[in-house]
Design a protein around this ligand. Structure first.
Ligand code: FEO
Ligand code: CA
Ligand code: CA
Ligand code: CA
Length: 646
């Protein structure tokens, strides 16, 4: 077992001083180069050949036509210590902190202060908190040695401020709220290997960028300019300030990043308890005086979504309609405005995973991570055309949104959320397609979609285009929502992974077959043992992050309360590697006490892996028991330079 190196402070120091990294920041990839590269590395049905093409001989015997990829590492044991505060990876691997809350993103970012004394203006130039979904975008001229790492910052902890969140006379101080808004969003950082072959963060870089809750964004698609999007601040309904709660993500074949807006409802309040509008109620917006998360409504009026009839468009009552979308960001164009793509529908969106057909047609899969919510698929109307930037940049503005019904016989149907069909009519509260998309949950209710155990990440098997989704847990299953074949356990504390195969492996199919890949956690009565992690591999609970590598290994990240007694056999949260054929699950990494393991991305050669340590509880990455903990992107390499997982 190899303990993570305690060199973060030193590392940070080196990077602050390293304007001299051996890369030429003026080397601008041509867009076509970027697109070609993305295409080559993108998930395609017949990927086996493409994979061996860009990975050389390193994976020979691993990924030929759907055969079982190797899990060539020694599993690490669970860690149960109350004060466990490091990262453990298998023998022969090294893990080191790479990018933590407060690290410099922009060149003039002040150093991070351990007393949390940085201002909100400082924070806008530094990494945000709670690193979550992320993706590595390589530069075509040096794909395994230089790229842009794009990282979500989901939310903020009390550690953001010296003594936690303040209230003064019942209000949040604006300076604190601004810092919280600045610590949300996305970081884009250039990274490159130095002459010694070590990855470094590149500062300054023309691509380095922070997107936050204070960044202006464009609304596009069916809701752009729609009456439902208008507020007193934005009478045109086309511009919104900021993104919120960017949990997981996706990426497109044309090299853009899709940040997704998950628990945005917690940032709003509607103080009028008699206001029963579906677009608030169905999404859990509270009706007290304070917004559930951070009470920003006491400092900034747009988070108070109480209807104000004295103001145009009811004041800010429609501001919550402007969150819950896919946010497309072009990391290679730092001057571009992020775009909220409304054709995808509005819900508490965990992520947005693309699957590309051989003919350029696409599907984007998303979970709505709340108890009893649904799995969705968006199929753009147009096809991806390699190299045609002007065509591709508008592809996400029109298409069909579907929601999944999982039938008890192992079959399933994608139900279209289309105005005028299947009862989605004005008489039933859906005046037009805009209303269907803003109230996607209510539309899905009406269509008879299957309520799931909190759908989180989705991953597509590069060998056969099968789709896997984590259903993290639902301790209320069997109460509000009865058990069903896809969600078979009462009081489901540990979750499951479901998978489906689109009819004919066609990404646009409306029929599919499905099965349960595994039930996580301890065996619970009445289910075949081969489905449980306890019998066929290493135990874990609450699968959340999920990704395939190019060889077809399925990587699973966990998010459970590791101080919960129910979890005493699980240890701290983990990264595991599963074999889709045999269902064997092997534990690859264990994280610090109190953290969640999330976010996962590889270099194209799969010799570098990054994962995120989100909300560690003690003092990681310093692990000195004194310094305040920092969410951190960790970099993992094999000491012999080999492919991760082999
Ligand atoms: Fe942010 Fe569903 O996890
Ligand atoms: Ca998650
Ligand atoms: Ca989770
Ligand atoms: Ca989380």
């Amino acid at each position: 077992m190899k303990k993570i190196r305690q060199q973060h402070d030193h590392f940070h120091h080196t990077l602050e001083a390293q304007g001299d990294v051996s890369v030429n920041p003026s080397t601008n990839p041509s867009l076509d180069d970027v697109i070609r590269l993305r295409r080559r590395g993108f998930l395609k049905g017949s990927l086996a050949l493409a994979v061996s093409g860009f990975m050389g001989g390193s994976l020979s015997g691993c990924a030929s036509g759907g055969s079982t990829p190797s899990q060539g590492f020694k599993a690490v044991p669970i860690q149960t210590g109350e004060d466990f505060d490091t990262v453990v990876v298998p023998p022969g691997y090294t893990a080191r902190p790479f990018f933590s809350w407060g690290d410099a993103v922009l060149a003039d970012a002040p150093a991070w202060r351990a007393d949390a004394g940085n201002s909100w203006q400082d924070q806008l130039k530094q990494a945000g908190q709670n690193n979550d979904g992320m993706h590595f975008f390589p530069f075509p001229d040096n794909p395994n040695g230089r790229g842009l790492l794009v990282v979500n910052h989901e939310y903020v902890n009390p550690t953001l401020h010296r003594d936690g969140f303040d209230f003064i006379d019942g209000k949040r101080p604006l300076e604190q709220v601004r810092k919280e808004q600045a610590a949300h969003g996305v970081s884009v950082i250039e990274i490159a290997k130095d002459p010694a072959g070590q990855w470094q963060r590149v500062v300054p870089s023309r691509w380095n960028r922070r997107v936050s809750n204070l960044t202006e964004m464009e609304i596009r698609g069916p809701l752009a300019g729609h009456d439902l999007m208008k507020t007193v601040d934005d009478p045109a309904g086309k511009t919104v300030i900021g993104t919120l709660n960017n949990c997981s993500m996706g990426y497109t074949p044309w090299g853009t990043y899709l940040a997704c807006e998950e628990n945005w409802h917690d940032y709003f309040v509607n103080r009028d308890s008699s206001d029963r509008r579906t677009s608030h109620r169905r999404y859990g917006i509270l009706d007290g005086e304070l917004a559930d998360k951070y009470a920003w409504n006491t400092a900034e009026p747009r988070f108070d979504a109480t209807a104000d009839r004295g103001q145009p468009f009811g004041g800010h009552v429609q501001e919550p309609h402007r969150f819950g979308w896919v946010v497309e960001i072009d990391p290679f164009d730092p001057d571009s405005r992020p775009i909220k793509r409304t054709a995808f529908g509005r819900f508490c969106r965990e992520g947005c995973t693309a699957s590309l057909g051989d003919d350029g047609r696409m599907a984007f899969y998303s979970g709505d991570d709340s108890r009893g919510e649904y799995l969705y698929k968006f199929v753009p109307e147009g096809r991806y055309i390699e190299g045609d930037r002007e065509h591709n940049r508008h592809l996400l503005d029109s298409g069909t949104l579907y929601v999944a019904r999982f039938d008890g016989d192992g079959r399933g149907v994608w139900l279209p959320l289309v105005h005028g069909e299947n009862g989605l009519t004005r008489a039933n509260g859906f005046a037009d397609q805009g209303e269907v998309l803003v109230n996607a949950r209510a539309a899905a209710d009406r269509l008879g979609a299957t309520p799931m155990d909190r759908p989180e990440w989705v991953a597509v098997d590069p060998n056969n285009r099968e789709v896997y989704a984590t259903l993290t847990n639902n301790h209320k299953r069997g109460h509000a929502h009865p058990i069903n074949a896809a969600n078979p356990r009462h009081d489901n504390h540990h979750g499951q992974i479901i998978r489906w195969r689109e009819q004919g492996a066609d990404v646009t199919a409306t029929r599919f077959t499905w099965d349960l890949f595994l039930l996580a956690g301890e065996a619970q009565g009445g289910h075949p043992d081969h489905l449980t992690g306890t019998i066929n591999g290493d135990i874990f609970s609450s699968p959340d992050g999920l990704a395939f590598d190019a060889a077809g290994r399925l990587w699973i990240e966990t998010d459970y309360d590791d101080r919960d007694l129910l979890m005493e056999n699980m240890g701290c949260n983990q990264l595991l590697c599963a074999d889709p054929q045999s269902r064997e699950v092997r534990r690859f990494l264990v994280g610090p006490r109190g953290c969640e393991i999330t976010g996962i991305t590889f270099t194209p050669d799969h010799r570098t892996l990054w994962v995120n340590i989100q909300h560690p509880k003690i003092s990681y990455p310093a692990s000195d028991g004194v310094t305040r903990p920092r969410s951190t992107t960790v970099m993992i390499t094999k000491e012999d330079g080999g492919v991760i997982g082999t």
